[in-house]
Design a protein around this ligand. Structure first.
Ligand code: IMP
Length: 196
């Protein structure tokens, strides 16, 4: 399915239905961590991770609290221009809490790597991370992601919280944004894998 959205072609990469069932699978996995007894303190990364976080916490059976951080974004560009920067810090202390960082996509890995180090210095009892998407081809730093929704090829993805210049976040599916005419229909570019 292709949609002309004015800034290039948008084709569906992962349908809303496929996202929904994968989010439930991730929630089952997360519920099982540490026997699901302790409350999980879920830290979302604004703004891209917000839709994923909202669906994920409602699929969990264990008790959760939530907080958000905001990191510097790509702005109008599709490539990172500088080191990650913390724009909004945590509202609550995390010492002795079981923290789960929820990220939209791990691309170069710089943002998540920086964030995990930052959170680690605040001495949580445990720290894990889940990313809806992983683009391993673009990795620049070695970062541990405990759980991944979909591993994808090197495409710029929008929808389900992810943006291009603040647009497309509201789409219920994940789409690939390409300059007009560059996308071939037989591109197979998504696999579902759990990170080790
Ligand atoms: P990283 O630091 O390069 O791993 O990038 C992390 C952040 O860049 C993500 O949290 C996203 O906000 C943004 N980003 C990376 N790739 C994409 C993409 O394909 N679409 C939209 N945003 C992206």
């Amino acid at each position: 399915m292709m949609h002309a959205m004015g800034q290039g072609d948008l084709s569906v990469l992962v349908t809303a239905e496929a996202i929904r069932s994968r989010v439930w699978e991730l929630a089952v996995e997360i519920d099982g961590w540490g026997n699901g007894v302790h409350e999980l303190h879920v830290v979302g990364v604004l703004k891209g991770g917000v839709v994923f976080l909202a669906d994920l916490i409602r699929a969990l059976s264990r008790p959760v609290t939530i907080d958000f951080v905001a990191m510097s974004s790509y702005g109008q560009d599709t490539k990172p221009s500088s080191e990650p920067r913390l724009i909004k810090s945590l509202d609550e202390g995390i010492e002795d809490r079981d923290v789960l960082v929820v990220e939209d996509i791990v691309d170069t890995g710089c943002t998540l790597s920086w964030l995990l180090n930052y959170i680690e210095t605040r001495r949580p009892r445990s720290l894990r991370s889940v990313a809806l998407l992983d683009k391993p081809a673009r990795r620049q730093v070695d970062v541990r992601v405990d759980l991944v929704g979909f591993r994808i090829q090197d495409h710029f993805v929008v929808g389900y919280g992810l943006d291009f210049a603040e647009r497309y976040r509201h789409l219920p599916y994940l789409g690939v944004l390409e300059p007009s005419g560059t996308r071939t229909e037989d591109d197979a570019f998504v696999t579902t894998l759990d990170a080790e």
